[in-house]
Design a protein around this ligand. Structure first.
Ligand code: ATP
Ligand code: MG
Length: 398
């Protein structure tokens, strides 16, 4: 067993010791069979959330009413969910009622796809009620039960089907495809954040071109903000498309492919976080700078290091030229300064140089010029050298 499973074993053992059933369940079992790096370990149990809280010292009650708690064990977090059946989904978000049960079969029945409806206990016994193992082998995504009903219950499962095709490279079963076509318009009723969350994973998938192909063929764009107003966007995605690691990268790419749609528009319509918005603005600025000047000191200076990799990915998709992470880091290491406050001169020094002047916009203006000269390597970051430079290049009066 992979390390993550071994680390989680004591949690299941502890539940069993208290005479309750415990299983690894969902994505982690699927990824184990696929020999794929796994996200997180989810555990299903017959014990009630309250009982789990009693028998483990560190439990975070994240969703008690749905039967989910997080057990902290040896610095790791495990989502432990009580076996349950779901009631109606009248708000298309959460089941109206959940009913805790003491056997796992009905719990597996509520899960979206056969490949996600597997459970395994400590002894390696696999519970596979819907042919999930076989579908993994055949690389097929297929709903558990009647697809039309399952997608109507929660239309997010449609987006999830596309997301799994992009992550795993699997084919969507023809019947499931037909059911998607019957329900796809219901995507409009979903909370945008849920869609954005799945799309972020879709665009990060190893088999992104497979995922995009499904989005195109199933005309999912018709039911999504922005894509529905600009139906050509999805076709503009180049065949050189590669996985993108964040939604900030995604909307930067989509904006570059369709400049009429601004980053702000994407952010608003897709309810993105401020973090995503900031990332996209950083990436866009860097990309534009790159197309004019190439990779230079100023680009690296302005771009936050956490976005270097995303910038490299965008260039890789959009340009014939390429940029490597090593190049970026090499330039970063040679920068004279990393921020304005690293300059060897400040506002006070400048006022001293021009005692006859009042404070005003000219000050910022000179500092920006000095910053530019220092970053581009034309001026040494040394107080006297900068002072000399300022004397020879006296700032314009406001
Ligand atoms: P990842 O590796 O990305 O975490 P995952 O399969 O674990 O993939 P999650 O979104 O973490 O996916 O969900 C965990 C499990 O819960 C799924 O494997 C599936 O069994 C079930 N599940 C999640 N969302 C739904 C849904 N909308 N409808 C039905 N079952 C769902
Ligand atoms: Mg998961």
């Amino acid at each position: 067993l992979p390390k993550a499973f071994l680390m989680a074993k004591p949690v299941l053992e502890h539940i069993e010791k208290h005479n309750h059933q415990a299983y690894f369940v969902g994505g982690c079992v699927r990824d184990l069979l696929l020999n794929r790096p796994l996200g997180d370990i989810d555990i299903a149990t017959s014990a009630s959330p309250e009982y789990i809280q009693e028998i483990f010292p560190k439990v975070i009650p994240v969703g008690i009413e749905h039967g989910t708690v997080i057990v902290r064990y040896e610095k790791e977090s495990y989502e432990v969910t009580t076996f349950r059946m779901d009631g109606n989904y009248s708000d298309k978000r959460h089941p109206d009622t959940v009913q805790f049960i003491d056997k796992i079969d009905k719990d597996l029945e509520r899960r979206d796809f056969t490949i996600n409806a597997l459970a395994m206990n400590l002894r390696g016994d696999m519970i596979d009620l819907f042919g999930g193992k076989e579908d993994i082998q055949k690389e097929i995504i297929r709903t558990v039960g009647n697809g039309y009903e399952r997608f109507t219950e929660d239309p997010l499962r449609i987006i999830r089907a596309l997301r799994f095709s992009s992550q795993l490279g699997f084919t969507i079963h023809p019947e499931t495809l037909d059911d998607i076509k019957l329900v796809r318009h219901e995507i409009k009723s979903l909370a945008m954040e849920r869609i954005t969350n799945e799309f972020t994973k879709l665009f990060a998938g190893t088999y992104i071109t497979t995922g995009i192909q499904y989005v195109k063929n199933l005309e999912i764009g018709k039911f999504l903000p922005v894509f529905s107003d600009f139906p050509d966007i999805i076709n503009l995605i180049p065949s050189t498309m590669k996985p993108l690691k964040s939604f900030g990268e995604v909307i930067t790419l989509l904006h570059l492919l369709k400049p009429e749609v601004t980053i702000n528009h994407w952010v608003t319509k897709w309810k993105c976080s401020n973090k995503t918005k900031f990332e996209a603005s950083q990436l866009l600025e860097a990309y534009k700078h790159y197309t004019v000047n190439g990779l230079d000191n100023m680009l690296v200076y302005r771009l936050r290091p956490e976005f270097y990799a995303g910038f490299v990915r965008l260039v890789h998709i959009l340009e014939d030229t390429s940029v490597s992470m090593q190049q970026m880091v090499m330039i970063e290491n040679k920068l004279e300064i990393y921020q304005k406050s690293d300059l060897a001169i400040n506002g006070h020094d400048l006022i001293e140089l021009f005692p006859e002047r009042k404070k005003g916009p000219w000050l910022n203006h000179v500092i920006n010029q000095i910053e530019q000269e220092v970053v581009t390597g034309k001026l040494m970051n040394n107080k006297n050298v900068i002072k000399d430079w300022v004397k020879w290049n006296p700032p314009a009066i406001d």
